[in-house]
Design a protein around this ligand. Sequence first.
Ligand SMILES: [Zn+2]
Ligand SMILES: [Zn+2]
Length: 232
Amino acid sequence: MITLISEFINLFFPKVCLSCNSRLQKKEHILCSRCKKKIDFFTDCCLICGSEKDNNTCHTCETSNFYFDRARSVFRFNKTIQNLIHNLKYNEITSLAKFLGDYCVKYLTEYRPFEKIDIITPVPLHKVKKRARGFNQAEIVAREIARKKEFKYIPNLIKRKKFTNTQTKLSKFERIKNVSNAFKINHKYPLKNKNILLIDDVFTTGSTVNAVSKLLKNNNVNKIYVLTIARA
Ligand SMILES: [Zn+2]
Ligand SMILES: [Zn+2]
């Protein structure tokens, strides 16, 4: 019955590629095969922050201090990834979260960028923003990864106490200021000596994940790893 209904829906509302909007062929899912060829794992990166590297580390890591131990992004940012992340942010498409979660899992399994992970948690949205949007895109991807990798998933480990405006138009310094003291920890969960994997959608300057990492480090966690879908 369900297949009948979905076939019926497909007939009148054909599925389109979430990047280029072209009509999907029978075996295509989320992306058309042309767009799918445009997304690629970002592996040749700085061993600390995961950005474009000069040597083993990048120029930024030589001068700035990150509180996380390692950060990686699954994809380099390009138009296709940008379209997918935009869709993930503004339309709750469970199949897209699953699709991206699958790539995250594949990346973690193939490249093993981190050691043992005890807890996986998303970078939180402020409750006002979450209410307006209806969901937190990092949360649904984190949940997908947790389910497949059997990590302990704690969605409310970190809370956003300060409403921060979008960081898009801010300079690096303004971003750091904007997110400092924006988060607090839910002390219900013991964190001592735990390895934490933090999930976010995009790594731009790293100021958001760094603010969360600083807070976690002050709470005696062992290692902090960051995984984002893309690197701006
Ligand atoms: Zn396409
Ligand atoms: Zn770096």
